[in-house]
Design a protein around this ligand. Structure first.
Ligand SMILES: C[S@@+](CC[C@H](N)C(=O)[O-])C[C@H]1O[C@@H](n2cnc3c(N)ncnc32)[C@H](O)[C@@H]1O
Length: 206
């Protein structure tokens, strides 16, 4: 896989969708890769800020892309098959999802941290996780594919992932998480320490 594994991997997950909306597109690199590989036919590149969107415009010149300045979904008025929200924190992703159209479309979510927060939010806001992917490129990246629906997740599912937990590649990730939690417990304050101990019990089974 070429230079940026995360970007390329996200692009592969757009295969089979026609019109893809990239929220927080920044330089438009995921869309560029998706077009270059022939995965998608049409796209909307959206960003909160003008400067990154101008960069996306340069990188995606002559591609069938519409550019929209938008805070999340707020200025998006047209339909799409898949929305990508990637490279952000879980809290920001949940804020953005609060205004999602929630019809037939799918959502590809890649939070940089606190995937448990994202999974909890999805469960309590009528989203259903339909797949989970893991990628290692210096860091572990967990990517969720979701749609509107209902799901019930146990505490284990919230941390391990209801689908990821059955994928063999998750084992190394869970061991890495357990090791990391063990390291940070002594430095955490009391409340956080209790949370971390619960998490450790879940991750150290592997
Ligand atoms: C770290 S970059 C991630 C870029 C790309 N999605 C990726 O995965 O590499 C975050 C981008 O999200 C944009 N952004 C932040 N908050 C946003 C919001 N509420 N709505 C739309 N874009 C937002 C920022 O301007 C920035 O371009």
């Amino acid at each position: 896989m070429a230079r940026n594994k995360r970007i390329n991997f996200l692009a592969t997950l757009t295969e089979g969708y026609n019109k893809v909306l990239d929220i927080g597109t920044d330089h438009g690199l995921v869309l560029k890769r998706a077009f270059d590989e022939g995965y998608i036919k049409e796209a909307i590149a959206a960003d909160l800020r003008e400067k990154p969107l101008m960069q996306a415009m340069k990188n995606l010149k002559n591609y069938p892309v519409k550019y929209i300045i938008s805070d999340g979904f707020l200025a998006i008025k047209e339909p799409f098959d898949l929305a990508i929200i990637a490279g952000m924190g879980s809290h920001l992703i949940t804020e953005i999802l609060n205004n999602a159209p929630k019809q037939d479309e799918h959502y590809l979510l890649q939070a940089n941290e606190k995937i448990d927060v994202l999974r909890s939010y999805l469960t309590s806001h009528n989203f259903e996780i339909i797949d989970e992917y893991l990628l290692y490129d210096k860091f572990y990246y967990v990517i969720l594919k979701v749609k509107v629906g209902t799901q019930t997740l146990s505490l284990e599912d919230i941390y391990l992932g209801p689908i990821l937990k059955d994928k063999p590649e998750a084992l190394d990730y869970y061991r890495h998480k357990a090791h990391h939690i063990e390291k940070i417990i002594p430095k955490a304050d009391e409340k956080r320490r209790e949370e971390l101990k619960k998490m450790l019990k879940i991750f150290e089974k592997f």
